[in-house]
Design a protein around this ligand. Structure first.
Ligand code: AMP
Length: 543
């Protein structure tokens, strides 16, 4: 017997409609590429989104078309999210930090018809345009006065809106219609496209509202440092309007002092981003000797948040939520909201729990399998590849069957490529990316664990542990480190600091000091680049 309830499609547009009606005063505050700060409410935003949709329609955008963006976090980027998806077209966000070669590949692979670009990235497109589709039209995201001289024959964003009605008769379509496209840049091979749907996006927005509840709140402000060009800024452009939270969009300047200044001026309550960004903010907090006004919460994800970072924030009274996810998961998989029994533990133990990758969100199933594909127990010790399943996880890659076949198992689970353990209470602990684990004498060493403990040394600002080839042990760990100040502790001193947490054979064989660690397009430490950089390096006992 079937239930007798109405079926209404879950469509993204309903979120902004709801916010315009129920949270009309909440604002989107944006640092613009033009250099000033701009403010508009969700109600004003909804009106502009309608105008933009008319503009898109006039320029021939139809159901299923791909429309690309190459832009920072700002209100116009937000408007594109809603106007494109509202028409049933696909908002393809491009990461400007990709190599030119990757950018060319994905624009051609997605067959975008229009490309909206921030002022900053016009020169970048001018350099590659000969390799992009001839009929691709460009739109610069600014007003007419600011459109620069360019060789793209570009249109102007504000002209797209000008003169159009501030209401739109939005079409209704199947909730499984594609809404967004984001390519993930694997370290090898071409980028692969995660194609989100209206249904998955609305469910994800609800999921985030549930698990990040303590970070959200009507009338408060949230700062997505996590970019709108990568994994939908962790779903915030959907969840924030849903709960009536104002958004503070930082634009291009993401260094510690700029982020501090913006947070302080706007009274941001919760800030979301990768660990590298918070390192910069913490340095500025230290320099100023105070927190930005109103700051009380931070969400860290994208790579492992070092324990020392979590501890520093928490000691200052800033709640840390350490989350894990992937582009292919919309992206939230697990969250770091602690259950009561953990919050009641002594501070140090509570921080130990926060340093793990949290517990699964409802609707995300997790399993860990060994090399033969058999499940291993959730006992906090058994390690294997993490597989996931759920209604906000990709079923495959956009027009890429070969890549899909590599990640989806026979039961329909998605293989994350992360090596993990799960304990009996459901806490996930990511040990490594499978390719970053260090295998010494047949035993595994987690590079994440080594880095975590290394950066707790006051003289080390950031560090990466990588495997170096060794004829006897196969691989040995080496620490590549950036000093916090003038002091460069010796290997023996670093060993003394780390030995409480590791067996002797797990300690790094060498420490290499560098000025900075190379980052990937998504702000993570690029182990691939490091391995290339130190090709030919010889371990001390082989010299
Ligand atoms: P992306 O698709 O670019 O968001 O990258 C996803 C990958 O980032 C995951 O598969 C993990 O390897 C890594 N990652 C994300 N969050 C965390 C975290 N909290 N701790 C450790 N690794 C993480």
């Amino acid at each position: 017997m079937m239930g007798m309830m109405m079926h209404r499609p879950l469509l993204i547009g309903s979120i902004l409609d709801f916010a315009a009606e129920q949270h009309p005063r909440a604002e989107i505050v944006s640092v613009r590429t033009e250099g000033d700060v701009h403010r508009q409410t969700y109600r004003e935003t909804a009106a502009r989104v309608a105008q933009l949709a008319h503009g898109l329609e006039t320029h021939g955008v139809r159901l299923g078309d791909r429309v690309a963006t190459l832009a920072w976090n700002g209100y116009r980027h937000f408007e594109l999210y809603y106007a494109i998806a509202g028409l049933g077209a696909v908002c393809h966000t491009i990461n400007p930090r990709l190599s030119a070669e990757q950018l060319i590949y994905i624009v051609n692979h997605a067959r975008d018809s229009l490309l909206f670009v921030d002022l900053t990235f016009v020169p970048l497109l001018e350099r590659v345009r000969d390799h992009l589709p001839r009929d691709l039209r460009y739109v610069v995201m600014t007003d007419r006065a600011h459109v620069p001289a360019n060789s793209l024959d570009a249109l102007c964003y504000e002209d797209f809106l000008d003169g159009h009605a501030t209401t739109f008769d939005w079409p209704e379509f199947d909730e499984n219609t594609a809404s967004g496209l984001c390519y993930t840049s694997g370290t090898t091979g071409n980028p692969k496209g995660a194609l989100y749907s209206h249904r998955s996006t609305v469910l994800h927005a609800l999921k985030v509202a549930l698990v990040m509840g303590a970070s959200l709140g009507e009338g408060k402000k949230v700062l997505p440092v996590v970019p709108l060009f990568h994994v939908n800024a962790w779903g915030l452009p959907y969840t924030a309007p849903l709960v009536g939270m104002g958004m503070v969009m930082p634009g291009p300047a993401l260094d510690g002092p700029s982020v501090f200044r913006l947070m302080d001026a706007e009274g941001v309550f919760s800030a979301w981003g990768v660990p590298t960004v918070w390192q910069g903010l913490l340095a500025e907090i230290k320099a100023q000797g105070r927190l930005p006004r109103g700051f009380g919460d931070v969400i860290v994800g994208g790579s492992a948040a070092p324990r020392a970072m979590i501890e520093t924030f928490e000691k200052m009274g800033v709640n840390v939520n350490h989350a894990w996810g992937m582009t292919e998961m919309s992206p939230i998989g697990t969250h770091g909201a602690m259950p009561t029994w953990v919050r009641e533990k002594p501070f140090d133990q509570m921080i130990n729990y926060k340093a793990r990758q949290g517990r699964r969100a409802f609707g995300v199933e997790l399993k860990i399998v060994d090399d033969s594909g058999a499940r291993v127990p959730h006992d906090g010790k058994s390690m294997g590849e993490l597989y996931v399943r759920g209604n906000t996880i990709v079923a495959g890659y956009y027009e890429n069957d070969a890549a899909t076949a590599k990640v989806i198992d026979k039961d329909g689970w998605f293989g994350t490529g992360d090596i993990a353990t799960i304990d009996a209470d459901g806490f996930l602990s990511i040990q490594d990316r499978s390719k970053d684990l260090i295998k010494s004498g047949g035993e595994w060493i987690s590079s994440i664990d080594l880095e975590n403990v290394a950066v707790a040394h006051p003289a080390i600002a950031s560090a990466a542990a990588i495997a170096m080839p060794h004829p006897k042990w196969d691989e040995r760990p080496v620490l590549v480190a950036v000093a916090a100040g003038a002091d460069r502790p010796s290997l023996e001193e670093i060993h003394a600091h780390m030995s409480e947490h590791f067996a002797k054979w797990q300690l790094p064989d060498d420490v290499i000091w560098v000025d900075a660690l190379p980052l990937t397009a998504t702000g993570k430490i690029s182990k691939l680049t490091l391995r290339q950089q130190f090709e030919g390096y010889k371990l001390p006992d082989l010299r």
